[in-house]
Write a new protein. Structure first.
Length: 441
């Protein structure tokens, strides 16, 4: 694995491969646009919250707090959406207030259908750019063959799984979060720490969990990235409080606490809590039908459970321990850049899996690195990548797309796939470390 050794001769210089990348970007964007204005329920949640702000109803952007997170939107949204002729499912807004305020002027002048098409194109572009950034992070000196292989396997990992495909269909903001997270780490690893800190702060301002990655910058003493992250994060938080006021942020934080204390079981909810919940407490879940604007549509739904005390205690232990273990690993890899680069996607996957709530599209960023498996593990890499893609594949949803009790097989398969991806990437980082140490001896 000569390419894993940072001290090996660079017989093949990295090239931009611009033509290949542009072709792939165009093809994926065109495919995304074929969805038209269908779906986009996740974008609709953001749009609806911004509309309430524009109408002077900021108290209606979050669902009233309850003991359990039901994943249903405020009832006040529905009359206006039905009057506008929207159909399909409606989900709640669970992002910081800042984005509802910033988008409020836009929703007054841009029709939702136009926004859907614009975001389809942008998400298609960002999905491919995430792959390109992941390659520059993990294999900065890739040959042309490795570059093509990385992109090809990565595209399969995104477009043949519900991680990428459903995110594209629903115009999920997680595509932007994943892109910004990968960009942040790639920029910092390639000597642009200020830009990396800004990108990570933007990602954390959309979804809080990317902020955990800044801890590992501390472990590797990337002080410029930390300063940039803190400065940008404080500026965004201050702007959000200035625009929306503190009471709404308190409501947002209360929503996050409710989410943390709830197990939401669907084929797409891939966390340790969800997996343990459906295996150990299968009879205690309650079924919640989705809110569909088209009352003639077949109702889908999900199962919810107030998190048992033992799982709450486990959460208080396992996430800090996971962060600590990764922090120690990064400290040991401070001067082994290739191993550290490969460890980043594994960290993203591991933290998402042990977190309170993660859907399959939360693993877009680590899944962008699945192309490493055939390159770094030539004997079994293709088989491992194939098994991971199969576990997350869209057809697997038919095993549990409708309420299936006591277990939802697709959720178990997806969780196993995520564990396999995380373990494989950690293994590759270990191989890179051994290659480095062997070269030094």
């Amino acid at each position: 694995m000569q390419f894993l050794d940072p001290f090996s001769p660079k017989s093949v210089s990295p090239r931009p491969f611009l033509a290949i990348e542009l072709i792939v970007i165009f093809a994926v964007t065109a495919a995304a646009l074929m969805f038209g204005t269908a779906g986009s329920a996740d974008l609709l949640a953001v749009w609806s919250a911004a509309r309430e702000v524009a109408l002077g109803n900021p108290d209606q952007i979050y669902t009233p707090n309850a003991p359990v997170f039901s994943m249903r939107p405020p009832e006040e949204w529905l009359p206006a959406l039905r009057a506008a002729g929207y159909q399909g499912d409606v989900y709640p807004y669970i992002y910081p207030p800042l984005w509802a305020w910033l988008l409020a002027p836009v929703v007054q002048y841009v029709p939702f259908e136009i926004a859907v098409l614009v975001m389809r194109a942008l998400n298609g572009i960002m999905l491919v750019c995430s792959l390109i950034v992941a390659r520059r992070l993990c294999l900065p000196d890739a040959s042309k063959g490795q570059h093509v292989s990385f992109l090809s396997i990565g595209l399969a990992g995104l477009l043949l799984t519900h991680s990428g495909l459903i995110a594209l269909y629903e115009n999920q903001p997680q595509i932007l979060v994943g892109f910004l997270t990968l960009l942040a780490i790639e920029r910092a690893e390639n000597g642009h720490q200020t830009l990396g800190g800004v990108a990570l702060a933007l990602a954390a301002a959309l979804k809080a969990y990317p902020a955990l990655l800044a801890i590992f910058w501390l472990a590797t003493r990337q002080r410029t990235a930390i300063r940039s992250f803190v400065f940008t994060g404080v500026a965004l938080a201050s702007l959000s409080v200035f625009l929306a006021g503190w009471p709404l942020h308190a409501e947002f934080l209360a929503t996050l606490r409710t989410i943390s204390n709830t197990i939401v079981l669907t084929p797409l909810s891939l966390t340790l809590d969800t997996t343990l919940g459906q295996l150990l407490w299968p009879g205690e879940f309650s079924y919640v039908p989705s809110l569909a604007l088209d009352i003639t549509a077949n109702s889908t739904g999900w199962f919810i459970l107030a998190k048992p005390a033992v799982l709450r205690a486990l959460d208080m232990l396992i996430l800090p321990v996971t962060v600590l273990v990764f922090a120690i690993a990064y400290r040991k890899l401070e001067f082994i850049p290739q191993a550290r680069r490969v460890l980043w996607p594994a960290t993203m996957a591991g933290l998402a899996f042990v977190g309170p709530l993660a859907w399959s599209y939360h693993f877009i960023a680590p899944l962008c690195a699945i192309g490493l498996l055939p390159i770094c593990l030539p004997r079994i890499g293709y088989a491992l990548a194939g098994l991971i893609i199969a576990g997350l594949s869209s057809p697997s949803l038919f095993l549990g797309s409708r309420p299936s009790w006591p277990h939802i097989p697709a959720q178990l398969l997806g969780s196993l796939a995520v564990i396999g991806l995380t373990a494989a990437l950690i293994w590759i980082a270990w191989i890179a470390r051994k290659a480095y140490l062997g070269h030094r001896m």
